[in-house]
Design a protein around this ligand. Structure first.
Ligand SMILES: [Zn+2]
Ligand SMILES: [Zn+2]
Ligand SMILES: [Zn+2]
Length: 152
């Protein structure tokens, strides 16, 4: 049991959800591996360590539910792959957060924290009269490791 478990319990209750082990474990796994951007299978592998009797279908349903409740965020990659991370609202860093660097070779999703877009948002508001509330940004390319391999 960790400090964050208490927080997760509270959040599930606030959303009117029953507190179950699998819900807590999925949230905890995502919170502990914030930068890994995991697939449902990745989450399953980690939850299984603590909870061997759990099935992949249960993890899948749990993730979908947490997604609907906005406790978990989804990243859709353009190859149809879907990855998950702990919800923006409940991560300790608070709101906005990071952008995604997606490796076209190995499929890894990295986080990048610097945000220089405030100025652009202000510019958009001024020029287009459009009030920006959020943005989503993905960069596609090759990660450092894949780059090293191709250089060899
Ligand atoms: Zn790569
Ligand atoms: Zn992310
Ligand atoms: Zn941003």
């Amino acid at each position: 049991m960790s400090i964050s478990q208490e927080k997760f319990r509270q959040m599930l209750k606030e959303k009117g959800l029953k507190v179950t082990n699998q819900r807590l474990l999925v949230l905890e796994v995502l919170a502990c591996h914030k930068d890994r951007h995991m697939t449902v299978e990745d989450i399953y592998d980690l939850v299984k360590e603590d909870y061997p009797e759990i099935g992949l279908a249960t993890i899948y349903r749990t993730v979908q539910l947490l997604l609907e409740m906005q406790l978990v965020d989804r990243i859709n990659l353009d190859n149809g792959c879907v990855r998950y991370e702990i919800g923006e609202g409940i991560s300790t860093e608070g709101k906005h957060h990071h952008h995604h660097l997606i490796c076209r070779t190995c499929g890894k999703v990295q986080s990048f924290k610097d945000d220089w877009l405030d100025e652009l948002e202000r510019h958009i508001e001024k020029e287009a009269g459009f009030h920006v509330m959020d943005h989503e940004l993905k960069f596609y390319g090759q990660c450092e490791e894949c780059l090293k391999k191709t250089e060899k």
